[in-house]
Design a protein around this ligand. Structure first.
Ligand code: ADP
Ligand code: MG
Length: 332
């Protein structure tokens, strides 16, 4: 029903190109892990190595402590949900969901019971005799999820499963996916390039960049305490203030040499670290906040993005005295 996954020093190449560069990752049994990163960073390649669709050039994949080298996808305790759900159009939903069980020699009556249970789990009770064309895109993706869960995998692999859905439906499905994962307890490894989706569902986020792990941790930690400039910027907007021996263009700041990172919402009219007087370049009402670009008077080359409280009335040319909270120093 659930298993841990160990990825140990895995490297993958396509021809001469390095797609994964010595990736190591420990995923606990029952954990919901999200692989997050831009297109081409190696997410699908890593997922395919876990699912057995390809073998690494070097390194090891273990599931439940068992080395998966040479084990075919069908023999692994994994199933995969893809973005294009690829249901069989001529089959009923029950037959679609029961397909994997049929391949494993489960009898018709038992398949039906399991299929009905899985359809109920994904929010489609009583639809067993419908056909895929009668469903919306979101409902078809639920059937694909039910089909993947029907064989009780230890590890479910999901490759951008919500990518084809519109934003509102995607947000709703994220909440459901999380709830379903909690109920079944199966280890989920989910690929996305959407950092909001990652934060909505993950126990831990693995930020990937150019075939390597750029950061890893719970959403709050990766967002607030990024361990690399790449993950800081990928998780959301970030301001960078260069620091040399504890000095910046805005005065004494942090310690050592490197770059001080501050989120736009961590800059405000009160707070800890003084940023001095800043001239407002532009300001726009964004609903939840006022988004503005400002230039510190002491550092005309620096442009900061700030999110001020919703009620803030400010316009270009105003001078605001600003402060930063929760800065993160990345040492050079
Ligand atoms: P992601 O899923 O993060 O978008 P992929 O794992 O699909 O990234 O790809 C990682 C890198 O490997 C990319 O540079 C991609 O172009 C390359 N790549 C992926 N699959 C193949 C393939 N079958 N043949 C050649 N190159 C590939
Ligand atoms: Mg991909």
């Amino acid at each position: 029903m659930t298993a841990n996954v160990s990825i140990r020093g895995v490297t993958q190449r396509y021809g001469g190109a390095l797609a994964l560069d010595g990736v190591s990752l420990e995923i606990a049994a029952g954990e919901f892990v999200v692989l997050l990163g831009p297109s081409g960073c190696g997410k699908t390649t890593l997922l395919n190595l876990i699912g057995g669709f390809s073998e690494p050039v070097s390194g090891q994949v273990l599931i439940g402590g068992r080395d998966m080298a040479g084990v075919s996808p069908a023999q692994r305790p994994t199933t995969t949900v893809f973005q294009d759900y690829a249901l069989f159009p001529h089959m009923t939903l029950a037959d679609n969901v029961g397909f994997g069980l049929r391949m494993r020699g489960v009898g018709r009556a038992a398949r039906r019971v399991q299929a009905e249970e899985m359809l109920a789990l994904v929010g489609l009770p009583g639809r067993a005799d419908r056909r895929p064309h009668e469903l919306s895109g979101g409902q078809r993706q639920r059937v694909a999820l039910a089909r993947a869960l029907a064989v009780s995998p230890d590890v479910l692999l999901l490759d951008e499963p919500l990518g084809a859905l519109d934003l509102k439906l995607r947000r709703a499905m994220q909440d459901e996916l999380k709830a379903i994962q909690r109920r079944v307890g199966t280890t989920f490894v989910h690929v996305t390039h959407d950092q909001e989706e990652a934060m909505a569902i993950a126990d831990r986020i693995v930020v990937m960049n150019a075939g390597k792990v750029a950061d890893i941790g719970p959403p709050r930690e990766v967002y607030l305490r990024p361990k690399s400039l790449f993950s800081a910027a990928f998780m959301g907007e970030i301001n960078q203030i260069a620091v040399r021996d504890g000095q910046s263009a805005l005065g004494p700041m942090g310690a050592g040499t490197g770059v001080l990172l501050v989120r736009p919402e961590s800059i405000g009219l009160t707070g800890g670290l003084p940023l001095g007087d800043c001239r407002v370049e532009d300001a726009a009402f964004f609903g939840t906040h006022v988004r503005a670009h400002v230039t510190p008077l002491a550092a005309p080359d620096l442009r900061l993005t700030v999110h001020l409280p919703q009620a803030t009335a400010t316009s270009p040319g105003d001078v605001l005295t600003l402060f930063a909270t929760d800065p993160v120093m990345l040492e050079a």
